[in-house]
Design a binder for this molecule. Structure first.
Ligand code: MSP
Length: 520
């Protein structure tokens, strides 16, 4: 196999528990990974955790433990969540891995030797209780924007990366690679940021020590974002598994949230250019979820726990909802009513019902065995042709992370097949025209099979059940898109029988809503 695809998620901070935002990016990467696999790619899918930095050190201190212990305690929350959500990552990185430390220090030295790192002095406003620097603009009425206390002018020795050298090359790169940053609006945002001028970047700290030491000067630890971004190199096997690295580098896609775009689309490519390494092909920044119309935050107590949502509504239903509800790239609103509406509408009524009624008809009218198609009718060609054009639209969208539009094509297809069933009325043909019946059921079976294939990346387990219900003995995970996209007759099917509904209908949650005090 010579088609390779390398996709990544951000590595998540371990000072907090996973929420819907973490689940969102990781599920998106999984949808893409599964899709690319059925398209014949060998996929390397990397996720992991970001363990270093001042925030982690401070959280550990508050809990009276060492930062490593905090990381070790939090790690299973992420690992368990990915297991629950059927995530098929092939790599997992912790920034405290020895292999990673080696790569980070190697890269630091390489960039240093290139003349792009120098020792200088960092000067800014410093808040002692928060242990953080702030620029003049960030201050709130001259005080710390986080705690409101007074700040002091402080100077500290720091290594700097000569980012100012990379403004021009980056702009050229952005102009020549219009889809480097996606969606387009984010590309333009990055370009105007770069145009406004890049300043050298402080990439070491001396005020805390939970990080990777600067080679040769261990009073400094390497800035957590330099450390974190390099995970994409380590994870692919840089220095430790160069065969794999050569196969997969550069990454096809870094999936991230819009808040960490600058790090990925400005800092990261500058570091790579300086180290003479090829740049990632795409950085895709998705939007943010609000909850029932409000910002998600700990203080509001409305943080969406992905374990709870997946256990309540189903893993596949949750995954599906994330990409059906909102175009990938825009902000969206999570609510229990919305997820219930999707389950009852798209899943139970449209797709689930289509699978059940089709399997039931083959069971009832053909004793569970598909016949070879007999007599064709005028409506068949239209169904087959439209299915093919919807498949093409689906594929075009999936390739550019257009999950929302891709799913629109799928639901156009379910509507099409449902309508075909209504107009062809197999229950009448069963009495009047058996030759026509076998063709109609053959077409329905193929239509449902294709819908199922297209939904597979989003709902791996429900579609595996549907695949079985259709009598197919092969694993849906190993399906080949190009073989499955055509209408075919299969004579190696298991008997097709009546099945229980794939998506039981849901009641709306009676407890989900609490009125606000102002009565709105
Ligand atoms: N450790 C860094 C990433 C380093 S990657 C080299 C980090 N970690 S994080 O744990 O804060 O990750 C947050 C991810 O979750 C980001 O991609 C962010 O956009 C995403 N989200 C955080 N809140 C979110 C929502 N409310 N909605 C959607 N995504 C959100 O940043």
């Amino acid at each position: 196999m010579n088609k390779h695809y390398y996709i990544t998620t951000p590595i998540y901070y371990i000072n907090d528990v996973p929420h819907i935002g973490h689940a969102y990016t990781t599920c998106a990467a999984d949808v893409m990974a599964r899709y690319k696999r059925i398209c014949g790619y060998q996929v390397f899918f990397l996720t992991g955790v970001d363990e270093h930095g001042q925030k982690a050190q401070r959280t550990a201190l508050e809990q009276g433990i060492q930062p490593q212990e905090l990381a070790d305690r939090m790690l299973p929350r992420f690992v368990d969540l990915w297991k629950l959500l059927s995530i098929t990552n092939t790599g997992f990185i912790r920034t405290t891995d020895a292999a990673h430390r080696k790569v980070v220090q190697y890269l630091f030295e390489k960039i240093y030797e290139k003349g792009d790192i120098y020792l200088g002095e960092y000067e800014d406003w410093y808040c002692i209780p928060c242990e953080g620097y702030f620029t003049e603009v960030q201050l709130k009425e001259g005080n710390c924007p986080d705690c409101g206390r007074s700040v002091e002018r402080l100077k500290e020795e720091s290594y700097f990366f000569r980012m100012s050298r990379y403004g021009e090359p980056l702009l050229r790169y952005l102009e020549q690679h219009k889809t480097f940053v996606m969606p387009e609006v984010r590309h333009n945002e990055v370009a105007s940021f770069v145009k406004s001028g890049l300043h050298d970047l402080s990439i070491s700290r001396t005020t805390f020590n939970w990080g990777i030491p600067v080679p040769g000067n261990p009073v400094h630890v390497i800035y957590v974002w330099f450390d974190a971004l390099v995970n994409y190199l380590t994870g692919a096997g840089f220095l430790s598994n160069m065969d794999r690295f050569e196969q997969f580098w550069p990454p096809d896609a870094h999936l991230i949230g819009k808040d960490i775009l600058r790090f990925h689309a400005v800092y990261w490519p500058s570091f790579l250019m300086s180290a003479d390494l090829p740049l990632p092909k795409h950085v895709f920044a998705h939007g943010w979820w609000t909850v029932e119309g409000r910002k998600m935050s700990k203080s509001l107590g409305n943080v969406v726990d992905p374990f709870e949502v997946a256990n309540t509504y189903g893993v596949d239903e949750f995954r599906f909802f994330l990409f059906r509800e909102v175009p990938f790239g825009l902000d969206g609103d999570f609510s229990r009513d919305a997820i219930v509406a999707r389950i009852n509408g798209d899943l139970a009524n449209d797709y689930g019902n289509l699978v059940s009624r089709s399997a039931n008809m083959v069971g009832k009218f053909l004793a569970g065995r598909l016949d070879l198609p007999g007599r064709s009718g005028g409506t068949d060609a239209a169904l087959i042709e439209r299915t093919q054009s919807l498949l093409t639209e689906y594929r075009k969208e999936m390739d550019i992370f257009g999950f929302y539009k891709a799913l629109n094509s799928v639901f156009e297809l379910t509507a099409l097949v449902n309508k075909y069933i209504d107009t062809e009325a197999p229950w009448k043909l069963a009495k009047e025209d058996p030759a026509r019946l076998s063709t109609v059921l053959y077409n329905i079976w193929n239509g449902v099979r294709i819908c199922t294939l297209l939904l597979y990346p989003f709902m791996p387990s429900k579609t595996a059940s549907a695949w079985k219900a259709l009598g197919i003995n092969r694993d849906i995970e190993k399906a080949a898109f190009d073989e499955e996209r055509v209408f075919y007759h299969a004579d190696d099917l298991s008997p097709i029988e009546r099945i229980a509904p794939l998506f039981p209908r849901r009641e709306r949650e009676p407890t989900a809503h609490v009125s606000r005090i102002d009565g709105s």
